[in-house]
Ligand binder design. Structure first.
Ligand code: NAP
Length: 251
């Protein structure tokens, strides 16, 4: 059965990916919605025109990642779309951050994104699409969000390398580099009210980010960076030395 898998579907950008799935990929016959909060997945699923399966998983847990792998092995769905949107980021200097939160960022943003992709790949057909949610934080290290920005640099780098590996299989891989979005991410990460940078930057609309991501995936684009402002930031971060950029890009 032609299947889409969306992680982080219970809120924010992941929820938007689910809501816009059918309009962009009408061939998809079912969607697997993944996050920890099952009631929110069910509430979302009921709004979709495509049949859904809620799969409550904590993607930082090895056991839960194993459950997903096993379910894929058992059901062998044809994974035509994979969206890795689950992610978290905490604002604080490394030395002041609870080690558990540092682990959560690397476990979710790096390890889970990598292993969910690895688990889905055997079931992805030619013409499939992978959308990995990175961030403008991937462009250069952001002090006070050092671990978060490092994890997103990994997401972008991983996506670009994987894209090359999957060229012959004709599977597209797109890294989405959004600027700030007004989602739960900001409160959970202790960012709301604590960062001048986040107050100053223009915000991205998750609806537009999801629409742009799907457009980019269908056009086989390596990156989707919403808004001219952030496209310019990406360009500058490539031509200005990192040691200079890091001083300008403090959160
Ligand atoms: N908001 C921004 O400013 C911004 C900017 C650039 C990039 N991004 C990236 O955009 C992506 C989506 O974030 P968002 O803004 O939509 O934030 P969000 O509303 O907080 O969504 C995060 C999603 O990840 C899920 N999640 C968190 N921990 C999880 C875990 N351990 N296991 C499984 N799922 C988990 C959450 O669901 P549960 O809590 O139900 O598990 C939720 O569905 C992230 O990768 C983030 O890094 C965000």
């Amino acid at each position: 059965m032609r299947t889409a898998i969306i992680t982080g579907a219970s809120s924010g950008l992941g929820r938007e990916y689910a809501l816009q799935l059918a309009a962009n990929f009408p061939e998809v016959e079912q969607v697997w919605l993944i996050a920890r909060r099952k009631p929110l997945l069910d509430e979302l699923g009921k709004q979709l025109s495509v049949p859904y399966v809620s799969i409550p998983l904590d993607l930082t847990s090895s056991g839960d990642l194993e459950l997903l792998s096993r379910r894929l092995e058992d059901e062998k769905p044809e994974v035509t779309v994979l969206v890795n949107s689950a992610g978290c980021g905490y604002l604080s200097n490394v030395a002041d951050t609870d080690p558990a939160l540092l682990s959560r960022m690397t476990d979710l943003n790096i390890r889970a994104m990598t292993l969910v992709t690895r688990a889905a790949l055997p079931y992805m057909p030619q013409g499939g699409h992978i959308v990995n949610v990175s961030s403008i934080a991937s462009f250069c290290p952001n002090a006070r969000m050092t671990v978060y920005s490092s994890t997103k640099a990994y997401v972008s780098s991983f996506s670009l390398g994987l894209r090359e590996e999957l060229r012959e299989r004709k599977i597209s891989v797109t890294a989405v580099c959004s600027g700030p979005m007004d989602t739960e991410f900001l409160d959970i990460g202790g960012i709301t009210g604590n960062s001048k940078m986040f107050k100053t930057l223009p915000y991205c609309d998750p609806k537009k980010v999801a629409a742009g991501s799907y457009r980019a995936a269908k056009n086989d684009r390596a990156f989707h960076t919403p808004r001219t402002f952030f496209k310019l930031y990406r360009f500058l971060s490539k031509i200005i030395p990192e040691t200079v950029m890091v001083k300008l890009a403090k959160t």
